[in-house]
Design a protein around this ligand. Structure first.
Ligand code: CS2
Length: 495
């Protein structure tokens, strides 16, 4: 982070009107995105839309927020500017793991009219192979048996069940995670949960859902790296008080939301949110062009020793691979929403990834690939085959992912890959393979990490395996050059 912090804007003290929103997933992204839009909405239009923030397990942010009257700073950072805002919209916070019953109580409280979610792709207990709620997950199974719920879907379902019993006030559940059709996805999983309950328990709630609960979809976008000790010091110097949990974020921010709110909503448009019927198109654009390419940059970058996304995209062959995947493999798979200029969107992406002041780590973007890639790649792969094209760069993304998360014996993917967390790491590492094709088959065919349809594309599976072998035996730069030349894209000239 190089730019000097210049301005601080502190908004009014926390939500004087009280809380109308319960937010599950009190991480950095929520605090730099939805909270900022909500502060703008309340400044413009008032309303009792304060937010009760629920962290899933960690006490760190909750303890700090309690000690700081729920005030914290968002630092907007670019190479030539940096500024602070203090949203001041949280009225309370707690940890779901230590207070699971309270989540149910809050969801049933008629003052709460929206529940928002940023629980990551991994937080939905979705099984790509059965395409429904993963009822074999022990946490979900315990929630179904009636324990205080600990899975997000269990919390929502049990909260809605209680709310139905207490009078059935309208509420909306708004997913803000990078999932295609995140609203209907969440609704389906909640209905799966309720459908597993004995008839007498489930039926009334399902009728309540039909009558008074909506699940709007939304597309969220803002690059939010993890907080560093350096940021904490810089924010303290500017504010003159210590904030233990400031959040760094890029200047760009976007939120496209379907306007279907059962119990009202804040005037989020005051913060620049777009209310639109085209959320699906926004989501596809973002999840494929931004997130899909982001994954490619993160895995290739980590294998090349790059700690951050800007370091990775500064390498000419990774930049060429990013341009090729964007233009040849992701762009043909999307339809731009009205008013969005794809060429401009793509050129903005390169500046956003290149924001060297942010320090967004390859290990952060590369984490949880087994769940993230399932949102980002299967649609574009299948669409490429329909067009008669072969998605070489998407195959390279998966090969690089496997090289990072399940490195074959004797291959060291380096420290940035080792720092990537992934729920499938153990399942993938446990396989003894005779080579890349075996490992690719294990991930794509046996575990169906990326859904059922890709499992039948043996040409794709084999190509992933072969690229993985190339990474291991000849190096990632050879695999990049091979994919670029196979896709007909020009490889950069090496000095
Ligand atoms: C990233 C996203 O970690 C990742 O997988 O692609 O978190 C990305 O930074 C955000 O979606 C940007 O809105």
């Amino acid at each position: 982070m190089s730019a000097r912090m210049r301005r601080a804007t502190v908004s009014a003290p926390p939500a004087p009107g009280g809380a109308g929103i319960l937010h599950l997933g009190l991480g950095s992204f929520h605090r730099a995105h939805q909270a900022v839009y909500t502060a703008a909405a309340m400044r413009a239009d008032g309303g009792d839309w304060g937010i009760i923030g629920v962290a899933s397990r960690s006490r760190r942010v909750v303890d700090a927020l309690h000690a700081q009257d729920h005030l914290y700073a968002v630092a907007t950072i670019s190479p030539d500017d940096a500024s602070l805002v203090v949203p001041g919209v949280h009225t309370d916070s707690y940890v779901a793991a230590t207070d699971p019953a309270r989540v149910v109580d809050d969801l049933a409280d008629p003052r709460i009219r929206i529940a928002t979610l940023t629980v990551t792709e991994n937080g939905y207990s979705y099984s790509p192979s059965t395409q429904r709620l993963d009822v074999t997950d022990p946490v979900v199974a315990a929630d179904l048996r009636g324990a205080d719920p600990r899975s997000t879907i269990g919390q929502l379902a049990r909260g809605l069940q209680r709310r139905a019993a207490l009078g059935g006030e309208p509420i909306s559940i708004l997913s803000c995670d990078n999932l295609v059709s995140n609203g209907s996805h969440t609704e389906k999983l909640v209905r799966d949960f309720l459908g597993e309950l004995p008839d007498a328990e489930g039926a009334d709630v399902l009728a309540y859902l039909d009558r008074a609960v909506t699940f709007p979809s939304s597309m969220v976008d803002r690059i939010v790296p993890a907080t560093t000790p350096e940021l904490v010091d810089r924010v303290a110097a500017l504010l003159g008080v210590r904030d233990d949990v400031p959040v760094p974020a890029e200047p760009f921010t976007m939120w496209a939301i379907e306007d279907r709110f059962a119990g009202g909503r804040p005037a989020w448009e005051a913060g620049g949110a777009v209310f639109t019927d085209e959320v699906g198109a926004y989501e596809q654009l973002k999840v494929r062009l931004l997130n899909g390419t982001h994954s490619l940059i993160a895995y290739l970058g980590a294998l090349r020793g790059a700690a951050t996304i800007p370091d990775a995209i500064a390498l000419p062959d990774i930049e060429a691979a990013a341009a090729a995947i964007l233009r040849q493999e992701y762009e043909p798979s999307v339809t731009a929403p009205a008013g969005v200029d794809i060429a401009q969107y793509e050129s903005d992406l390169f500046s956003r990834w290149g924001n060297s002041a942010l320090g967004h780590r390859t290990s952060q973007v590369g984490s949880d690939g087994s769940v993230k890639l399932g949102q980002r790649i299967p649609g574009p792969v299948l669409q490429a085959f329909e067009r008669g094209a072969f998605p070489h760069l998407i195959a390279l993304t998966v090969a690089a992912y496997l090289a990072c998360i399940a490195p074959p014996a004797g291959f060291d993917p380096g420290p940035h890959a080792a720092a990537m967390a992934d729920p499938a790491r153990e399942r993938l590492s446990a396989v003894t393979t005779r080579g890349g094709r075996d490992l690719a088959a294990r991930a794509i065919v046996d575990l169906q990490l990326f859904g059922e349809e890709l499992a039948h594309r043996s040409g794709f599976v084999d190509r992933v395996g072969d690229l993985l072998d190339t990474i291991v035996s000849r190096g990632v730069d050879h695999a990049i050059a091979d994919s670029l030349s196979a896709s007909g894209a020009l490889a950069p000239t090496t000095p």
